[in-house]
Design a protein around this ligand. Sequence first.
Ligand SMILES: NC(=O)c1ccc[n+]([C@@H]2O[C@H](COP(=O)([O-])OP(=O)(O)OC[C@H]3O[C@@H](n4cnc5c(N)ncnc54)[C@H](O)[C@@H]3O)[C@@H](O)[C@H]2O)c1
Length: 396
Amino acid sequence: MSLSTDTIVGVVGAGAMGTGIAQVAAAAGHRVVLGDAVRGATQKAQASIAKAMDREVQKERMSRDAADELMSRIDYQWEPLGDDLSAYGRCGLVIEAIVEDLDVKQALFRRLERAVARDAVLATNTSSLSVASIASSCDVPERVIGIHFFNPPPLMPLVEVVPWLGADPALAPAAYAMMARWRKAPVLASDTPGFIVNRVARPFYGESLRLLDEGFADIATIDWAMKDHGGFRMGPFELMDFIGNDVNYAVTRSVFEAMFYDPRYKPSLTQRRLVESRFYGRKSGRGYYDYREGAVRPEPKRDDAIARRIVERVRAMLINEAIDAVHMQIASPEDIDLAMTKGVNYPKGLLAWANELGLEPILGTLEALQAEYGEDRYRPSPLLRRMIREKRRFFA
Ligand SMILES: NC(=O)c1ccc[n+]([C@@H]2O[C@H](COP(=O)([O-])OP(=O)(O)OC[C@H]3O[C@@H](n4cnc5c(N)ncnc54)[C@H](O)[C@@H]3O)[C@@H](O)[C@H]2O)c1
């Protein structure tokens, strides 16, 4: 199992992610094979990569020759992929980026296994399924790994490398090194629901929704507070509308179920109703905000005292989640902070932020919430208490 600059990279699925991953691999100098089950998908992918290259040339970030050379490295499969995946026979690494459905992914991996060499690496870009559940359907499961990119892959530096329990121990370091060569910011995450980012980020949405449901503040005010006082690039409601409420709700549900219904990850009824109403966000014209023509954007209530309380509560929940991810050995503190800054553009790493604010006030906020609500959702991570007791700080 070797992953080198000469490795031919296969990408299965030419949707939003597969197209971006193919572009990133070609930019790193690999020959790439890109295919999809649906007619026209690779044509769309080619047009989208050509457009991205035109933009690079226009902005003088790339010469026309370099852009053309990059594009020539991608071998598009114009015919829809069927049972025969022999087009991927030359690939030393195949990254799957198809629909998020376990049965469909397992069936694809079984077919891929028959098409590639025995030492080829098979990777999944799944966001919410366990890598173990995909790998275990294979005859040679030890060569399967999670390589999780963020959307859009050419712009987002973070890549979560996710080895499953039975993965060849040499595989994660090899995938990590390859992602570093691709000029990505790789982190190592354990094969647990949501990996790092989709787990640690849950309270950004969930706690903001609780504040909304309780009538503590409206969406415009919460978004304003998280941006102006919290330093986040987008407010939680703007971001959910951008991601799509259907997608965001599905991720929340999947993490909640996969975590055996831990109340910390409980989805919101408000968001469920939005999805049922097809208020998906920007893409459907309505979400938390109204994006239809002529719609008036609501104004926030610019009250600094309210903003401070909003930020304090959501941030304490986020930091608690990050600390608990360290506690549960999901990833190293360094990788958790890297993941949240490079994968979702948080203004600071949550653990570095915890150091800056002091751990005691964070514990104080959580304990006050737990006392008031009597909900397990607000339970402080044991590691938070332990670090205070032992007078420890992160990265010290
Ligand atoms: N969109 C995101 O923000 C994001 C981020 C990280 C990871 N992911 C994950 O990446 C994967 C792809 O997501 P996406 O947003 O690109 O989806 P998408 O719907 O844009 O693209 C999926 C593509 O896969 C094709 N496809 C479906 N079944 C196939 C099969 N059996 N063989 C070949 N092609 C098949 C579809 O025709 C489609 O073109 C999912 O597992 C998703 O969870 C998505």
